[in-house]
Design a protein. Structure first.
Length: 176
């Protein structure tokens, strides 16, 4: 099922870009952006994330692109490295609102560090897909800020790397 959804999203993204094949890609329709996160908390928690993206305005109402990301988290006795990548499609029914479909695949590890030198660390590998659907607000212009919320329709409560199917999102993009 995950492979079918990934293939479907990939074909939709490529098909969206292919619609422009009769004309040259307009250099003024590219958007580059993403987000950066930093967090601190109890149990010596530290977290860092970065998620760059690049998109192309196919029509004034549709943008398609790809994103990648990296998340690092460390607690007193654990650490996590998580990579993600995937295509997205944004639909803008009006200038300041957007709807988003974003497929992402996540790969990574979570390591629990043992305080006992005679016991080895426990390591778990992650390999999970997510299909995020949602929307939000975006500011118009060459420099655009967006904020919204998405839901992972592939979320499974007892077997997911995510604690919830909901995810807030915020970021900045630059058009050129």
């Amino acid at each position: 099922m995950k492979n079918i959804l990934f293939t479907l999203m990939f074909v939709i993204s490529i098909g969206s870009f292919a619609q422009t094949s009769d004309q040259e890609l307009n250099p003024n329709k590219w958007r580059v952006g993403g987000g950066i996160g930093l967090g601190f908390g109890s149990n010596d928690y530290f977290g860092f994330s970065i998620s760059p993206s690049v998109g192309y305005e196919i029509t004034p109402m549709i943008e398609a692109g790809v994103s990648a990301g990296y998340q690092y988290s460390k607690w007193s006795y654990a650490k996590q490295n998580l990579f993600n990548f995937g295509p997205y499609v944004n639909f803008y029914p009006v200038d300041f609102l957007f709807l988003r479909s974003h497929f992402e695949h996540y790969l990574g590890t979570h390591t629990w560090q043992s305080s006992n030198p005679d016991v080895s660390d426990l390591k778990e590998n992650y390999d999970e897909s997510a299909l995020w659907l949602g929307g939000g607000y975006r500011s118009p212009g060459k420099v655009s800020f967006h904020v919204g919320i998405m839901y992972n329709v592939l979320y499974k409560e007892n077997s997911s790397i995510f604690s919830t199917g909901l995810r807030p999102m915020a970021g900045v993009s630059f058009g050129f």
